[in-house]
Design a protein around this ligand. Structure first.
Ligand SMILES: Cc1cc2nc3c(=O)[nH]c(=O)nc-3n(C[C@H](O)[C@H](O)[C@H](O)COP(=O)(O)OP(=O)(O)OC[C@H]3O[C@@H](n4cnc5c(N)ncnc54)[C@H](O)[C@@H]3O)c2cc1C
Length: 490
């Protein structure tokens, strides 16, 4: 290593890499970030921000198209896919410019000695302390660093035999390039990303959506009541869910997508649609990093093997989707920041994955933090559960959005809060308070005592807690009979 070696070299400027670089800058370090694609990664482009922009626009459209709210759009409503994508691009550019501006500002040495330099190109290890960066113009630069953060993210998984051509058969990377709303589209894979795009297209009402799910139900990692609420809503929007179905083949025939499934009864069905979205998970983007030259171990799926973000090589850390335990922006950022703090001896508190919150942008919105019943049963954690339907909550009634429910899990003995699921409008804004309380090891009594604003969706969480304590305002003895309140245990 030369004397001019960087303090840390970050591979990838997605949420994990960007956050790592900024934390290292806080510590007065000399940082070089290598990015081969777009700053912001899947946190912005063909990913979290772009798809959420589409989701918001599609929701607005779906609400505007309703006729039960005392208004309707005179002359009818219309929407064009290119115009929607124009809005998405504006949102993406706005967010991206913030990241770019900051990188430009931090390229000059700060008073504390910190500097962040962006190098554009594809990085590959030559040895444990040296990488080469191949730029788009073919030129190569060598970079030496004392430490590294691998934050190269992930790419869509494409199963064998599925002819993704980026036009008729696409992944989330190409979906924004459709020239118009397709009349029909099959979504292969009923995980979060597949269900989110199914929601977006169903909300706009221009595309007949089919979802193929190998499992008997969508979102198999969620409790059955949550998955069923979403499935019922999909079906009410005209979405066809091929449950417990095996995809036998998918090909392009005469400019259409033709797929064959074997359904739950073992019967083969052939269906033709205009387009297909393949969303069956993601693979870590580690294959071309030359990690063997650095001695970094990968698991058999290609994820970097880490312990508290540190890889098998002591000066090389990894964050975000490259480790692919949990593919979320907030996790990538948390891990990137943690890696840098650990690398420079700050001895950070280990990341508490049990208090992580996540959102699924469906209809209705679903937000989660901590354990659900499935996870509690699997981990043999005893729990009590309270469920309160949104039909009982004043704010939901006022919003005229009463589908969905709130579900709270707590320990039977200590009353410690274990997890929350919110299925309904503003779910994403409702869970943060509980994420904090789980982190603080708070109890049902803490939720009961805290004065909640009114009217607010969070009052449903308080009512759940109070029901589990036997002191709710509305009584399970009355509304339980109509399925609007429920207490249970496992
Ligand atoms: C459609 C979609 C919707 C999503 N929605 C959400 C959501 O709502 N909420 C949420 O929390 N998460 C969401 N996610 C997941 C989230 O986007 C990812 O978990 C997150 O972006 C991971 O961050 P990362 O930094 O690990 O990787 P990435 O964001 O993938 O960034 C990695 C970067 O590394 C670069 N790179 C790769 N290899 C090299 C190399 N050899 N040299 C140099 N650079 C390289 C890439 O170009 C990329 O910019 C979504 C993902 C998708 C695809």
């Amino acid at each position: 290593m030369t004397d001019g070696a960087w303090d840390v070299c970050v591979l990838g400027a997605g949420p994990g890499g960007y956050a790592a670089a900024m934390r290292a800058h806080d510590l007065g370090k000399r940082v070089v970030v290598v990015e081969r694609g777009q700053v912001g990664g899947a946190g912005i482009h063909a990913g979290a921000l772009s798809s959420k922009t589409m989701w918001h626009l599609s929701n607005d459209y779906a609400v505007a198209a309703r006729t039960d709210r005392g208004y309707h759009a005179a002359g009818g409503l219309d929407v064009s896919y290119p115009k929607v994508i124009e809005s998405v691009r504006t949102a993406v550019a706005e967010r991206r410019s913030l990241l770019d501006r900051q990188l430009a500002a931090l390229a000059a040495l700060s008073d504390s000695g910190g500097v962040v330099s962006l190098v554009r190109g594809s990085a590959r290890f030559l040895s444990p302390h040296e990488i080469e960066v191949k730029r788009l113009d073919g030129t190569v630069e060598k970079i030496q660093a004392k430490n590294f953060v691998l934050a190269t993210g992930s790419r869509p998984r494409i199963p064998d035999g599925i002819p993704v051509d980026g036009e008729l058969v696409v992944t989330s990377d190409q979906i924004e390039a459709f020239p118009a709303f397709p009349e029909s589209m099959v979504v292969v894979g009923a995980g979060v990303v597949g269900c989110e795009y199914a929601t977006i297209f169903a909300n706009f009402g221009k595309t007949k959506i089919h979802i193929i799910d190998r499992q008997p139900r969508i979102l198999p990692f969620e409790d059955e009541d949550v998955a069923e609420e979403v499935a019922t809503s999909f079906e009410s929007m005209g979405v066809v869910i091929h449950r417990a179905s095996k995809l036998e083949s998918l090909k392009v025939v005469d400019g259409k997508v033709e797929y064959v499934i074997t359904n739950a009864e073992g019967k083969a069905e052939t269906i033709r649609v205009e387009r297909a979205l393949v969303s069956v998970g993601r693979c870590p983007a580690t294959a071309d990093l030359g990690l063997e030259a650095a001695g970094v171990k990968l698991d058999k799926g290609g994820s970097v093997v880490v312990e508290n973000t540190r890889s098998s090589v002591s000066h090389i850390y990894a964050a975000g989707d490259a480790t692919l335990d949990i593919a979320l922006v907030n996790v990538a950022e948390l891990e990137g920041r943690y890696a840098v703090e650990a690398m420079f001896g700050l001895d950070p508190r280990p990341i508490r994955y049990e208090a992580l919150s996540a959102i699924m942008f469906l209809r209705p919105e679903v937000a989660s933090v901590g354990l659900n019943e499935l996870a509690a049963l699997k981990q043999k954690v005893p729990y009590r559960v309270g469920v309160v339907a949104n039909r009982l909550i004043g704010r939901n009634i006022a919003m005229r959005e009463t589908s969905g429910f709130i579900k709270l899990l707590a320990s039977p003995d200590t009353h410690r809060i274990l997890g929350l699921r919110v299925v309904g409008p503003e779910a994403s804004s409702t869970i943060q308070g509980i994420a904090f309380l789980i982190d603080q090891e708070a109890t049902l009594e803490d939720i009961d005592r805290c004065v909640h604003p009114h009217p607010a969706i969070t009052e449903g969480v308080q009512e759940c807690a109070r029901m589990l304590l036997g002191r709710s305002v509305l009584k399970v003895g009355v509304f339980g009979r109509e399925g609007m309140m429920r207490c249970g245990q496992g």
